[in-house]
Design a protein around this ligand. Structure first.
Ligand code: MG
Length: 203
């Protein structure tokens, strides 16, 4: 399986990192070795001194698809969960400056803690799903799928123009404002609507 992540999908987050609103969805990959499941702890890697959290809604792909038409895009995922797109911001900024790929900054081991998933049809309106992240009990990120520049359907249509989607692939749909650094001892808790779905302790 592969993990496809959308970058720059919330205007407020684009502004906080001084980026430009993209003309089409920007995406990058994480390998399957990035997955961190069952609320296992995240061990701060030695190669970075500026690891950031980014909480995102995650779609689980349920069938093979390529060149998916927008009107059918919603039939290609049937579960939604939360994921943390853990980012070595120092390595990413360095890569950006040199116009190099983000692979290391975004794809290192355990850089994708994920929650369990719930049926997508649990949500009446996919354009109005709220989520938030608490850092040591304080809310630091608040998001809603209605604030995404590119909707779930836009994202799936776009990715599948270039890459075949397969059952079990995960799509991280972008992060809202409020990203920031973690330190050893921090506890991150992700909420989907009002339900706590994800916990990640930094060790
Ligand atoms: Mg992200």
């Amino acid at each position: 399986m592969k993990i496809i992540c959308i970058g720059r999908n919330y205007v407020d987050h684009i502004k906080e990192l001084n980026n430009v609103i993209p003309g089409e969805p920007v995406f990058f990959l994480k390998p399957d070795t990035a997955l961190l499941i069952r609320n296992r702890p995240f061990y701060y890697p030695s190669f970075s001194s500026d690891i950031h959290y980014e909480l995102e809604l995650v779609l689980k792909i349920n069938k093979v698809g390529r060149h998916i038409e927008r009107q059918f895009a919603h039939t290609y995922f049937d579960e939604i969960g939360l994921g943390l797109d853990m980012t070595a911001r120092d390595l990413q900024e360095n890569a950006k400056k040199k116009s190099l790929p983000w692979a290391v900054a975004k794809g290192f081991d355990n850089s994708a803690p994920i929650s369990s998933f719930v049926p997508a049809n649990k949500f009446r309106d996919h354009g109005n799903i709220s989520f938030h992240l608490a850092l040591n009990g304080q809310t630091v990120q608040k998001g809603n799928s209605g604030l995404m520049i590119y909707s779930f359907a836009d994202i799936i249509t776009h990715i599948s123009k270039y890459m075949t989607l397969r059952t079990g692939d995960l799509v991280f749909t972008g992060t809202p404002a409020g990203v920031g650094p973690v330190k050893i001892g921090d506890v991150l808790e992700g909420y989907l609507e009002d339900e706590k779905m994800l916990k990640c302790e930094i060790r």
